[in-house]
Ligand binder design. Structure first.
Ligand SMILES: Nc1ncnc2c1ncn2[C@@H]1O[C@H](COP(=O)(O)OP(=O)(O)OP(=O)(O)O)[C@@H](O)[C@H]1O
Length: 927
């Protein structure tokens, strides 16, 4: 497979997985080939067939790595690099990891962005010997481990999804301009599989929402210069040859994977969506070597279903991760009261993609409200849920033949707990969200949980190969075989006693090791006795040790054979039992997955309810209007942090609803001193919108929100040196994105835009941006600034409202009240804050003197002049406002567009015709 992992985010010095380790190793056909040992020849053959990954080559109890793989792995894992033999006259570098600790090492390698081919012995040495004394044990790659295809708990974060995503791009058909894009993403550890259309503009936002552990794309898309900056933000990107995204075979591939005749039954997909989904299943087949995870059928998502939150906004609002990449201090951490890993994953997903449909939002809120009111039910559910294992991930391992007895037990326990939870919910009438979940919990054949409970012992080994996991009494045949094995062990003990008595050697012991099997051991002093008549007829000397001598006897050998065969037989019976149980689980795979999802839904609802009770959150009203009215809102993260420090959080109102007779919402211009709480206020309102649309209660006394379609949040930016942009450049790129994309339905939070450049440049940009938001975007917004000159704009912009954060001055110091009130701040109190921060007194005094001088040179004058002289925002001419200036008459292109528009009746068009008309209009506009 021509796949490369691009290590982009973590350590840039970390090597990409070895792509060419096999290059210099290809078996040579000249005389040198004879010098290659048979084992090395096998290694080279397997390595050549699996390029682009490190090869874990199984040798007994170790996975060995050779050549460049060994060098890469020893560096990444901090393990010793040694040598083993020679290849074409050169030492072969080698390092190894013990099999029982392989997961730990795999974890490290995957985290560094490597891929690993796991090559196992597929026969035992005895079988190999049968083929000839020099035969090498057969080996084969059984799995390709990549960041997006993990299933082991040790390799996964229990509380995060692990998505494998693919971006497909297809050329638009005739009449369509340019390319069409689609995304597909699946989590093979839980079975979720979704597809959605996207485009080059929203791709970054979609990927930021999905946060794929690994992204697949075609080589050509990978090389696309405009998109490359997006790939650089992802932990692992795997470019594939374009055939992997071949549209023609996509349907066939999907139908084959899901074992259906046609994919029509899954719903209608675009060509790009099919290509992306097919690339995912093809990659899963390649990496899992044919094993099939319990993937659900692809669910189509519409772009309009979720609030669009671009990557910068996500970072800025610290939804799932803080700006420094941690979980502590995020919105997610502050509102997470879930008690199961699957619940935590669903919570993160819901916060990452808040809904836009008021009906679906209300359904989630109904569930939370029910559990807020029914405290007994809430507590009961949470107690039960706490004991529920991770059903989805256990199921996935069973399907991939990677499971152990504990996975089967987890499924059994999860199902029976699920039944109990369904009963709790069903005891009283419940809203649809919970009632549906309860139904899914009882959708699995109850016999399965009973069988698993009856078959599996209480104490379970990790590995099925160890045996000993079957409960006594489950299989009569197994019980009989085990009894025989255990009886024989008692016979050994009896034989030891008898030999000791007969020989008179009291210290005689019967022991066991892997080389000799069972043997009689006596000290050197007693050894002669056993070598003389009559005992020499019974005991056969096998080994002389430092202080002891070892013997066998016919009787012991016979006993040993009996024990071994009973043991082997018991083990074989248990393997059969395991396979039968696993097969029974897989018959119910779809129902088990639905059950796992239902448990997560209940956990999230109960967690939100608990949060609402603990933190005093209220149910928000979410509808299709344009209101945004928060009474007594709080910042969920800052409030909790302040409480830990013993301080109260000051609640604040925010009213961005359209004023009387206006069709668009308001923008608040928030001024106030440094440290007063402007940023906190701005962010808390964005977070309240996210929580409300995710289906949670919100930290406020009351909240009414007309659904937000896009959320933008920007802070006067930080440097993005990795991408070679200055602070100011980042700020402007992000501001441009907002001004180009925000709609009436959007919520825009701008914090100190324009601070990254000279005062007047910054002020001018902030001024013009604010006018644009008000007149063109007409969105709801919060705009915090230290440019007090901007407050004058409220005289002209009817929906712009000045607000300020109150402070009190006391003996030259400033006291922060954190209260947001109508009006404008007159000063920034920057010097007082600097003093609080410990700037040397001389510097503070000098700053005061300079400030006085500056304030004497009046800065207000130019503002008034601009207001008086500058015509109201020029963009008005383009704005959809009722009083917009007529389009320039002389422009022939405009005329052509106008004519074309007149010929269009939107009510009569299909979406496809509308899109085509749009392209025609674009072409007409270009003249
Ligand atoms: N509503 C509030 N109630 C109590 N404390 C608050 C409140 N809002 C903010 N604070 C406290 O004030 C600190 C400063 O808040 P914030 O960063 O929002 O100020 P700011 O006005 O944006 O400052 P700057 O202009 O310097 O960026 C916060 O860390 C928090 O501890």
């Amino acid at each position: 497979m021509d796949a490369r992992v691009k290590e982009t985010r973590s350590d840039p010095a970390a090597p990409a997985a070895s792509t060419d380790a096999a290059a210099g190793l290809a078996p040579r056909t000249d005389g040198a080939a004879e010098r290659v040992t048979p084992m090395m020849a096998q290694f080279i053959e397997i390595k050549t067939a699996n390029p682009g990954s490190l090869l874990f080559y199984r040798m007994g109890d170790f996975y060995e790595l050779f050549f460049e793989d060994a060098e890469i792995a020893s560096r990444a894992l901090g393990i010793v690099l040694t040598k083993r033999g020679k290849h074409l006259g050169e030492d072969i570098p080698m390092c190894g990891v013990p099999v029982e600790r392989a997961e730990e090492y795999l974890n490290k390698l995957i985290a560094c962005g490597h891929r690993v081919s796991v090559c196992e012995q597929t026969e035992n040495p005895a079988e190999a010997k049968k083929r000839g004394p020099k035969s090498v044990v057969r080996r084969d790659v059984v799995r390709l481990v990549t960041p997006g295809t993990l299933t082991e708990d040790a390799l996964l974060d229990a509380r995060r999804d692990n998505a494998l995503a693919a971006v497909a791009r297809v050329r638009g058909s005739e009449g369509e301009d340019g390319y069409l894009y689609a995304l597909a993403w699946a989590d093979i550890s839980t079975g979720g599989f979704r597809v959605a259309e996207t485009d080059a503009v929203r791709l970054a936002a979609d990927l930021a929402r999905i946060e794929p552990a690994e992204l697949l794309l075609a080589d050509a898309v990978y090389e696309e210069p405009l998109l490359r900056p997006i790939w650089r933000t992802l932990p692992a990107v795997t470019p594939l040859p374009k055939e992997s995204f071949d549209g023609a075979s996509a349907e066939r591939r999907l139908a084959g994977f899901f074992q259906v005749a046609t994919v029509d039954a899954f719903g209608s997909f675009t060509r790009a969506e099919l290509a992306a989904a097919a690339a995912i299943v093809a990659y899963i087949e390649r990496t899992q070597l044919g094993a099939r995870p319990p993937l659900g059928r692809p669910q189509r998502e519409s772009a309009a279903d979720a609030m669009v939150i671009d990557p910068a906004t996500r970072t800025n609002l610290e939804i799932l991760r803080t700006t420094t990449g941690e979980r502590t201090g995020t919105l997610c951490a502050a509102v997470d009261r879930t008690v199961t890993a699957a619940g935590a994953r669903l919570l993160a997903r819901r916060l990452a993609e808040p809904l836009t449909d008021p009906v679906r939002i209300a359904a989630r809120l109904d569930g939370v409200e029910h559990l807020v009111e029914e405290s007994g039910l809430r507590t009961g559910l949470r107690e039960r849920l706490a004991g529920v294992p991770d059903l989805a991930r256990a199921l996935s391992r069973v399907a991939l033949a990677r499971s152990g007895p504990r996975d089967l037990a987890a499924i059994g326990r999860g199902l029976s707990e699920g039944g109990a939870i369904a009963e709790l919910i069903g005891a009283s009438p419940a809203p649809a969200e919970l009632a549906n979940a309860a139904r899914a919990l009882v959708g699995v054949d109850p016999a399965l949980a009973l069988t698993l409970g009856a078959a599996l012992a209480d104490e379970l080994p990790l590995n099925r190969r160890d045996g000993g996991f079957t409960r006594a009494g489950y299989s009569a045949e197994l019980d009989a075989t085990r009894a025989m094995r255990d009886e024989s062990r008692r016979v050994v003990a009896a034989l030891e006693r008898r030999y000791a008595e007969e020989t008179g050697v009291k210290s005689l012991k019967i022991r066991h090791n892997a080389v000799l099997g069972y043997f009689v051991e006596v000290s050197q002093q007693n050894a002669d006795k056993l070598r003389e008549p009559p005992f020499d007829a019974i005991f056969v000397h096998r080994q002389t040790m430092a202080g002891a001598m070892r013997f066998t006897s016919t009787e012991l050998a016979e006993l040993e054979a009996k024990i071994a065969s009973a043991g082997e037989r018991a083990l074989a019976l248990e393997q059969g039992i395991f396979d039968t149980l696993a097969a029974a689980v897989l018959v119910e795979a779809d129902a088990i997955r639905a059950c796992a999802e239902a448990l997560a839904v209940i956990d999230v609802a109960a967690g939100f309810a608990r949060l609402a009770v603990d933190e005093g959150h209220v149910r928000p009203e979410v509808d299709g209007g344009l209101d945004f009215s928060i009474t007594g809102g709080r910042h969920p993260v800052v409030e909790q942090a302040l409480r830990r420090d013993g301080g109260p959080f000051v609640a604040n109102d925010c009213e961005l609803s359209p004023p009387d007779n206006a069709r668009s919402g308001r923008i608040w211009l928030v001024t106030g001193p440094n440290m007063a709480g402007k940023s906190t206020f701005l962010r808390q309102n964005a977070l309240i919108a996210i929580l409300a649309q995710a289906g949670a209660f919100v930290p406020a006394r009351a909240a009414r929100i007309g659904v937000v379609d896009r959320l933008f949040s920007r802070v006067g930016a930080a440097d993005d040196l990795a991408r070679g942009r200055s602070t100011f450049m980042v700020e402007m790129v992000e501001t441009a994105a907002i001004l180009n994309q925000a709609t009436e339905r959007s919520l825009v939070i701008l914090d100190e835009i324009g601070r990254g450049t000279a005062t007047f440049d910054g002020l001018s940009i902030a001024w013009a941006s604010l006018e644009n938001l008000h007149e063109v975007n007409r969105c709801r917004g919060l705009f915090a600034t230290h440019f007090h000159e901007l407050t004058a704009l409220s005289q002209r912009l009817t929906r712009l409202v000045n607000a300020t954060v109150k402070v009190k001055e006391w003996e030259g110091d400033v006291i922060f009240l954190h209260e947001v009130v109508p009006g404008a701040a007159d000063r920034s109190y920057g010097i007082q804050v600097a003093k609080l921060a410990g700037l040397p007194p001389a510097v503070v005094a000098r700053a005061r003197a300079v400030l006085t001088e500056l304030e004497n040179a009046d800065r207000a004058a130019p503002t008034q002049r601009i207001l008086d002289d500058l015509p109201l925002f020029a963009a008005l001419n383009r704005a959809p406002a009722a009083d917009a200036a007529p389009a320039a008459k002389a422009d022939p292109a405009a005329q052509a567009v106008k004519t074309a528009l007149e010929g269009i009746d939107p009510d009569e068009m299909t979406p496809r015709e509308a899109l085509e008309a749009l392209y025609r209009l674009k072409a007409a506009a270009r003249g």
